[in-house]
Design a protein around this ligand. Structure first.
Ligand code: ZN
Ligand code: ZN
Length: 150
């Protein structure tokens, strides 16, 4: 599929709040929900999967997200002992989604995949215990680990 301008206002899509895709366009998503949480995560797993030193992401009900494409998956056990599946484009490598087995009805969407990443502002930083010493944390809200028990 070719990446390009997407149709809007087709009559069936008026409840879309956010939309995004991977770099090459093989995977796309739309989300109709207001995020339950938006954060910048500094955990080691996010550092590895993003290739950066943190990852901005937001949490929504899985039922609010429509996806196209077939992302690749990598499953790992989190520090809290949960199975976390990270999904990314197998063609261009863009991180897209993650979900944990103990919250199967929720989906985390990586903000770098948004068509307009300015549409959501993260509320806090999490897992700052593994943040790099030179990372600039502008918000006053720091959580050394996960602010929500998982
Ligand atoms: Zn891609
Ligand atoms: Zn993380």
């Amino acid at each position: 599929m070719l990446a390009g301008p997407r149709k809007r206002n087709t009559g069936m899509t008026t409840n879309i709040k956010f939309e995004g895709q991977c770099k090459c366009g093989d995977n796309t998503w739309t989300c109709s929900a207001t995020p339950e949480m938006a954060a910048i995560c500094h955990c080691r797993d996010c550092q590895y999967s993003s290739g950066g030193t943190n990852q901005a992401e937001f949490l929504v009900p899985l039922s609010s997200v429509k996806m196209t494409g077939k992302p690749s998956s990598y499953v790992a056990t989190s520090d809290a002992g949960n199975q976390v599946t990270r999904q990314f484009c197998g063609n261009c490598g863009s991180p897209l989604y993650s979900f944990a087995d103990n919250h199967a009805d929720k989906l985390v969407i990586k903000m770098g995949s948004m068509n307009n990443p300015n549409e959501i502002v993260p509320q806090f930083h999490m897992f700052t215990e593994s943040a790099t010493s030179w990372d600039v944390i502008v918000s006053g809200l720091r959580f050394p680990g996960n602010p929500t028990p998982a």
